[in-house]
Ligand binder design. Structure first.
Ligand code: GAR
Length: 218
């Protein structure tokens, strides 16, 4: 079966991109990375993709005439690369409504919280300030309102009494690197589809996992 062709949008480091690239190296993985686009020409993730032989494109948003014009250029690049699905991986620029509409149900994002808790920025700082005992990450389809959309998969991690923003971010990021390739596999293999604001699973419900307690009862 033909692999799903994925375009990855980044703005920086690209560690989630690296996790997707690593997964896609396996011959039985149902998706391949067709292109990586950054809105920042200096993004470290671009170099990771280039080193792996993946086509890259740097579109500098600072010289674009408008958000719409920038997104149109991105759309054109994605189409030329034959992209079926967009993965936002640390893409930190708000998308125009027209772009989101064009890629409706064909664009997913990873966010470092258990949405709908903590949309937006500084998720770990806010979780620590609130004293929550569990946080995590979410992969979801993209809708016009930032960090909303049907939830494909989530991973929960404990917040420890000793945590600061850096240690919590590292724990969540490690979970992101497992969750994103898994969620992309679910979509690319047709195991999930969208129905309104919810995801329909095919045969995933039987994989019961144990509860995460934080703190854990002895
Ligand atoms: C990741 O933690 C990702 O969840 C977050 O940015 C980081 C990018 O890291 N994304 C958002 O906050 C989007 N709202 P990476 O460049 O190493 O993948």
């Amino acid at each position: 079966m033909a692999k799903l062709r994925v375009g990855v949008l980044i703005s920086g480091r690209g560690s989630n991109l690296a996790a997707l690239m690593e997964a896609a190296r396996h011959p039985d993985y149902p998706a391949e990375i067709a292109i990586v686009i950054s809105n920042r020409p200096g993004a470290a993730g671009l170099e990771k993709a280039r080193a792996a032989g993946i086509p890259i494109c740097a579109l500098d948003h600072k010289i674009a005439e408008s958000r719409e014009a920038f997104d149109r250029a991105m759309d054109e690049t994605l189409r030329q690369a034959g992209v079926d699905l967009i993965c936002m991986a640390g893409y930190m620029r708000v998308l125009s409504d027209a772009f989101v509409e064009t890629w409706h149900n064909r664009m997913i994002n990873i966010h470092p919280s258990l949405l709908p808790a903590y949309p937006g920025l500084n998720t770990h700082r806010r979780a620590l300030a609130d004293g929550v005992r569990i946080t995590g990450c979410t992969v979801h389809f993209v809708r016009k309102e930032v960090d909303t959309g049907p939830i494909i998969a989530q991973a929960a991690v404990p917040v420890l009494a000793t945590d600061d923003e850096e240690s919590l971010a590292a724990r969540v990021l490690a979970a992101e690197h497992v969750l994103y390739p898994f969620a992309l596999r679910l979509i690319a293999s047709g195991q999930v589809s969208v129905d309104g604001n919810r995801i329909i699973d095919r045969g995933l419900g039987s994989h019961a996992t144990s509860s995460l307690f934080s703190p854990r009862p002895e």
